[in-house]
Design a protein around this ligand. Structure first.
Ligand code: FES
Length: 146
């Protein structure tokens, strides 16, 4: 049911962890299943290139695999290029996901957008096409362990 790439990224997820003093942090929850994802970005202020990206998740295998792939895809990209990396692009890079797991892939895209929003707010810049994250729950769950 899962592609080899999904299994690989689930079993050996890339970029798990956190970034100290990250340029932007985004935390989102998936309304359908209650799973949670946090993304950390290290962004060069001059070039707007994403130097590093890490994630932590309390979520299912598909969420882990899509986040792992998403972090690989945004690393080295500019903010503008990262905005083009949709959940569809991440799923394609993983050779697809079963239909019931498509919603899991949204978590990574939303968490990246939430982290970019955090960066934009801190630096008083506007990122074209970026909207305020609906499900950024970082202000409500700081004490939660996951
Ligand atoms: Fe919750 Fe996949 S079932 S993210």
């Amino acid at each position: 049911m899962y592609s080899e790439k999904v299994m690989d990224h689930f079993q050996n997820p890339r970029n798990v962890g956190e970034i100290e003093n990250a340029s932007g942090v985004g935390t989102v929850g998936n309304a359908k299943c209650g799973d949670i994802m946090r993304i950390y970005l290290d962004i060069d202020d001059e070039s707007h290139i994403i130097r590093d990206c890490k994630f932590k998740t309390f979520g299912c295998g598909a969420a882990v695999a899509t986040s792992s792939m998403a972090t690989e895809l945004v690393k080295g990209k500019t903010i503008e290029e990262a905005m083009q990396i949709t959940n569809k692009a991440v799923m394609e890079a993983l050779d697809g996901l079963p239909p019931v797991k498509v919603h899991c892939s949204l978590l990574a895209e939303e968490a990246i957008h939430a982290a970019l929003w955090d960066y934009a707010e801190k630096h008083h810049i506007q990122i074209p096409g970026l909207e305020k994250p609906k499900s950024d729950i970082s202000e409500h769950d700081e004490d939660e362990e996951y």
